[in-house]
Design a protein around this ligand. Structure first.
Ligand SMILES: [Zn+2]
Length: 645
C-alpha cells in the first residue's frame, strides 16, 4: 500500500486549521483561550467540547475524545487514518504525490524479523518447560485438569513460563538477541534498576499467531486460583496490536465455512476447535474493534459472524457496547450483507463448560439458535426491564428499545423492531420509528441513556455531579484493571510535565524563559513509552524549534500511555496546560512538575547509594560518599528553586 509521506501529513496539519475543520461541522463559541461547542460525539446540552486553535487540537471533557484535525475527521466522517488525510488534503489543497512509496523501510522490517525470531524461540522455551518434569509438573497437572491433552498442547503450541525472573531472558540472550530487541517483543519488562526480566512467570502460555502464521504475542493464564490476574496478554509491541488481531484466526481462516464464531477467551476458542468448531476465534482481552470485524468480514467472504458474549453482566455490557460499533462498521463499509448474530449459551455457562457438559451436538444447536442483532436487542430490552412481580417497566422498555433501534442501519430491521415494540407499548409503529430516527441522528449511545437515568435519579444538582465523578473514577479503575499489562506506567506528574513543556512551544528553549538545565530530558521519565515520546519530541523540536502540537500527536498515534491512546491523554493534558494562564505561569507550573520529579529521582538514587554505602569498602566507599554529597547539594538547589516558584 502506498504510504503518505510524512512531509505531506505535516503540510496537511499545517494548513487544516482545527477551528476551521471543526467549525464546518459544529458552531464554536470563544471562551477563555479556547473555542467551545456541544460535543458532536455524545449527546449534551452544555458545551464540554473544546478546541484549542493554538495547539491544533480538540478535546471533549464529557466523553474524553480528543485529537488533532485528522483525528476529528476520522471520528466524525468515520474514515480511516489515510482516508482522513486524503479528505483534508483535498479540502485544503495539499497535493499527495502519486508515486508508490516503500511499505516499510528496511530497518523496520529487519527489526520485526528479529522480534519474530525471539517470539518463536520463546514458544519453544515455554513448550519444553511445560514438559520439564521438575519445573513444569504443576502446570502440566493443571493443563490436564482443564482437558488439554498432548495433541491439543502441540497443535496450539501451548507451553509454560516457569516461576523465574530470567529463564527466558537467559535463553534468548544466549541466542544473541539484545536487551533492546527483547523489550520490543513484549515478553520482557524492565525493573526499576533498568534490568530486563521475564514478564510472564508461572503461567500457561498460549502463542498468538497472525494470519501468516507468525507468532506475534502470547496470552498467559495463571495456574493457581488465587492469582489476582487470571489472564495476562502481551502488551502491544513492534509486531502486535491487540486491537487488530484475533486469536486462532490463523486456523479459523482455513475453514472457509462462510461463518466465523467469536468468543471472549482463548480457552473457549480452544474448546470449540476441539469440539469441531474450527471456525472460532477469540478477541484478545479487549473490547471488540472494527479492525477485528474487518478481519472477520474478509475471512468469511462477507458471510456470517456469530458472537458469543459471556452471560454475566460484564459480557452483556460488552455486547451492548459492541453492537453500535458493528452497525456503524456495516454502514460505513457498505457491508450490510454481512450477517451479524448474537448467541447465548444457556444457563449462564461459557462455551467451554457447556461443551464439556452437553457435548458438541448440543452446542451446534446453540450456534444455530443465535439471534440476528435486532432480535437480540428486542429480547434484551424486554428481559432487562421485566420484573417478576411488577411486570414490564414500559417507560424503560421504550427508552431501551428506541435507543437500540437507533443503532440499526438496516431500515427493514429497524422497522421490524419498531413494530414489535409498538405492539408491547400499545403505540403506533410510526411514533416508535420517529423516536428511533431522532436518536439515530444524535448518535445516542448506551452511556447517554445511563447518564440520563442517573441524572433523573439524582434530585439535586450537586448529587448529580458527585455521581458523575464517582462513575468516572470507577471507569478509570476498571480501565486500569482491564488493561492487563502495565510495564511502563507514566505518572500524572510526568504527563503534565510533558504537557507543560509542549505548551511552552518555541519558548521552551528561550533562555529568557528557562535555564538550559531546566529543559526536560528523556531520563526525567521512568517508563519506556514516555522516554521515547520525549526523545522524539526533542528531536523534532531541534529540527524545527517548537513542534506543532498536532504534528506531535500524529507522530505518536499508535502509542498508548497507561493503556489509553496517547492522543487522548496528551490532548487532555495539553488542554489543561494551555488553560493555565500566560507563558510565565505555564513556565512555573512546568518547573513545579520538573523539580518534583527530579527530587523524587534523586531521593530514589540516594536511598540506593546509602544501601550500597553500608556494604562498600575502601575506594568504593569514598566514591559513594562523594556522590551522595553531590546529590545532596543538587537536591538542595532544586528544593530552593522549587520553593521560590
Ligand atoms: Zn464528547
Amino acid at each position: 500500500m502506498a504510504r503518505i509521506p510524512d512531509s505531506v501529513i505535516a503540510e496537511v496539519l499545517n494548513r487544516a486549521d482545527i477551528a476551521d475543520v471543526v467549525g464546518s461541522y459544529v458552531s464554536l463559541k470563544s471562551k477563555g483561550g479556547s473555542l467551545w461547542a456541544c460535543c458532536p460525539f455524545h449527546g449534551e446540552k452544555t458545551p464540554s467540547f473544546s478546541v484549542n486553535p493554538k495547539m491544533g487540537i480538540f478535546h471533549c471533557f464529557g466523553c474524553n475524545k480528543g485529537g488533532n484535525a485528522i483525528g476529528f475527521i476520522m471520528e466524525y466522517e468515520r474514515l480511516s487514518y489515510p482516508e482522513a488525510i486524503r479528505f483534508l488534503a483535498d479540502k485544503y489543497g495539499v497535493e499527495i504525490p502519486d508515486s508508490r512509496f516503500d511499505n516499510e523501510d528496511d530497518k523496520l522490517r529487519k527489526a520485526k524479523e528479529r522480534v519474530y525470531g525471539i517470539l518463536k524461540e520463546a514458544c519453544k522455551y515455554f513448550y519444553y518447560s511445560l514438559y520439564d518434569e521438575d519445573k513444569g509438573r504443576e502446570a502440566m497437572e493443571y493443563a490436564t485438569s482443564r482437558g488439554l491433552d498432548s495433541n491439543t498442547l502441540k497443535h496450539f503450541g501451548i507451553g509454560f513460563a516457569p516461576d523465574e525472573w530470567d529463564g527466558l531472558y537467559n535463553t534468548v540472550r544466549a541466542l544473541g538477541y539484545t536487551d533492546e530487541e527483547m523489550m520490543q517483543s513484549g515478553l520482557f519488562t524492565r525493573t526499576k534498576n533498568g534490568n530486563v526480566v521475564d514478564l510472564f512467570r508461572k503461567r500457561l502460555m498460549f502463542p498468538i499467531f497472525d494470519v501468516r502464521d507468525n507468532i506475534i504475542a502470547f496470552g498467559g493464564r495463571a495456574i493457581e486460583k488465587d492469582e489476582d490476574r487470571k489472564y495476562i496478554n502481551s502488551p502491544d509491541s513492534l509486531v502486535y496490536n491487540k486491537k487488530k488481531h484475533l486469536y486462532a484466526l490463523n486456523w479459523a481462516k482455513k475453514e472457509k465455512s462462510g461463518q466465523i464464531i467469536i468468543v471472549e477467551g482463548y480457552m473457549d476458542a480452544i474448546a470449540m476447535h476441539r469440539a469441531g468448531f474450527r471456525n472460532t476465534v477469540a478477541s484478545l482481552g479487549t473490547a471488540f474493534t472494527d479492525d477485528q470485524l474487518k478481519l472477520c468480514a474478509r475471512y468469511t467472504n462477507n458471510g456470517e459472524v456469530v458472537f458469543f458474549f459471556d452471560a454475566d453482566r460484564a459480557g452483556q455490557m460488552a455486547a451492548i457496547r459492541a453492537i453500535p460499533m458493528m452497525c456503524d462498521f456495516l454502514r460505513k463499509n457498505d457491508k450490510s450483507h454481512i450477517r451479524i448474530k448474537i448467541a447465548k449459551v444457556p444457563d449462564g455457562k461459557d462455551p467451554d463448560e457447556f461443551i464439556k457438559a452437553n457435548g458438541a451436538e448440543a452446542f451446534a444447536q446453540v450456534v444455530k439458535n443465535a439471534l440476528y442483532v435486532e432480535d437480540y436487542l428486542l429480547d434484551r430490552a424486554y428481559n432487562d426491564n421485566l420484573d417478576r412481580s411488577s411486570g414490564l417497566d414500559s417507560g424503560k422498555y421504550q427508552e431501551d428499545v428506541c435507543l437500540y433501534g437507533s443503532w440499526l442501519t438496516d431500515e427493514i430491521a429497524r422497522s421490524k423492531m419498531a413494530n414489535a415494540a409498538a405492539n408491547k407499548l400499545g403505540a403506533s409503529a410510526d411514533a416508535v420509528l420517529k423516536q428511533m430516527d431522532a436518536l439515530s441522528s444524535r448518535k445516542a449511545s448506551y452511556e447517554d441513556l445511563e447518564n440520563a437515568r442517573r441524572a433523573d435519579r439524582a434530585k439535586q444538582a450537586d448529587i448529580e455531579s458527585r455521581n458523575r465523578e464517582i462513575v468516572q473514577t470507577e471507569e478509570s479503575i476498571t480501565d486500569q484493571v482491564s488493561e492487563t499489562v502495565v510495564s511502563d506506567l507514566a505518572t500524572n506528574d510526568e504527563i503534565m510535565l510533558f504537557a507543560y513543556a509542549m505548551s511552552l512551544q518555541e519558548r521552551l528553549t528561550d533562555p529568557a524563559v528557562l535555564n538550559k538545565t531546566d529543559i526536560l530530558r528523556p531520563s526525567d521519565f521512568s517508563g519506556d513509552t514516555m522516554k521515547t515520546i520525549v526523545k522524539r519530541f526533542l528531536e523534532l523540536y531541534n529540527e524545527e524549534s517548537g513542534v506543532p502540537f498536532a504534528l506531535m500527536m500524529d507522530t505518536f498515534r499508535e502509542v498508548t500511555i497507561n493503556g489509553t491512546p496517547s492522543e487522548v491523554v496528551l490532548a487532555k493534558a495539553c488542554g489543561k496546560a494551555m488553560d493555565s494562564g500566560n507563558t510565565l505561569s505555564r513556565r512555573d507550573m512546568y518547573l513545579g512538575h520538573l523539580y518534583r520529579i527530579r527530587i523524587k529521582a534523586i531521593e530514589d538514587r540516594e536511598r540506593l547509594l546509602i544501601d550500597r554505602y553500608s556494604l562498600a569498602t575502601g575506594d568504593d566507599k569514598d566514591r559513594i560518599r562523594q556522590e551522595l554529597q553531590k546529590i545532596a547539594e543538587y537536591k538542595d538547589q532544586l528544593m530552593k528553586a522549587g520553593n521560590s516558584l
